[in-house]
Ligand binder design. Sequence first.
Ligand SMILES: [Zn+2]
Length: 419
Amino acid sequence: MVGPGTRSKGGKKVSNGTTLHTAEFLIQPGESNPLQADAGLLCDSAGIILAIGQAHELRSKSDVTVHHQILMPGVVNCHAHLTDAGIAKPVGGGEGLVRWVQGLLASRGTAQPEEIFQQQVRAVLRQMMERGTVAVGEVANNFRTIPAIAETGIRCRFMHELLGFPENRAHQVMLATLTGQQRAELPSTIFYTLAAHAPYSVSPPLMKLIQQKNAQQGTFTFQHLAEDPDERLLYQEAAGPWREFLERIGGWEPTWEAFGVPPIEFYDRMGLIDGNFVGVHLADATEREIALMASRGARAILSPASNLHITGKFPDVMAMVRHGLQFGFGTDGRGSNPSIDVFDEAAMVLERFPNLPAGILLKALTIHGAEILQFSDLGKLTVGQASSLLSVAVNGSPNDLRGVEQAVVMDAVGRQLQA
Ligand SMILES: [Zn+2]
């Protein structure tokens, strides 16, 4: 039988550049039955998937066969701060977010030659890619990391943070940003989105402007939220370490009055929490706040390694699953997490919550992460589309979704993206 990508010549089958990837298990996170045994995936020379099926049915359609233990889509790192790629050891943690931010800003104060900076960003991205990451959510308030990101070719959602706590600066900040944005040339692999850093760095009017601009562009709005308890004090009582910090750096607004409610509730009253909103961290979010966000169709990005380093808090992932709050993973910056491997985040969650529904972490690493970064072609394997195939070798011989997930997340001995 002559299949796609092969042609018959004098009765002899000749390859036309197709490759058949076979696997003991193929993980397709978006499918109702996400685990396929004895799987075959036929690709053309450009990496377009021609067919997905049983390995023995596809074997005759290609001369080149590559066997894998487990195949899955490449993974998505939804949240990184590549500006801090050169930080070898995380800035001191355990004393809350405000103290950590002060330490981070001090560590950034050391000027670095641009060439070295670009090398460091490229090196971190290449390490991510070597471990199976195909897309990254980069968070920055300037465009300095863009040349290095562009050079690696990794798909990127670039979240450009606007800073401005005083309300009367909102329009000025937005205007300056939009003017600057027009000057920034982005390659086709990098997708721009306006973002707010956190409730303590953005006024409600600026937050609203960011959301409106993003809605016009059809992009989500990302914001660090409920990362530590001090932001509650700020919004409820206009007090606490964030007020003191803002006063110290000259960012406080003397006429600012407390809202009397914590940020998630406040943003919800403003109409900001909806299907286009993504909250990052939620380590301090209560079950009620998680349920509220889920009911609005919002999403979350979790970076538990960073949370444990800075505040010791851990997001209530079980409550997120219970209420249906979709989440992806991010490694955050190297100032709070030496790992650049998003699988490490999933492993932490699995250790803490061993009874999560099987497959939820694989979804977070792939299809849910891709949806959060709005890359609809990533995080899944679709016939007719280019593949971002990740081959995973694990210890042991898992035989069901729970076992495969645990092995992939905790016991991988090798991971390799297929060209
Ligand atoms: Zn962050």
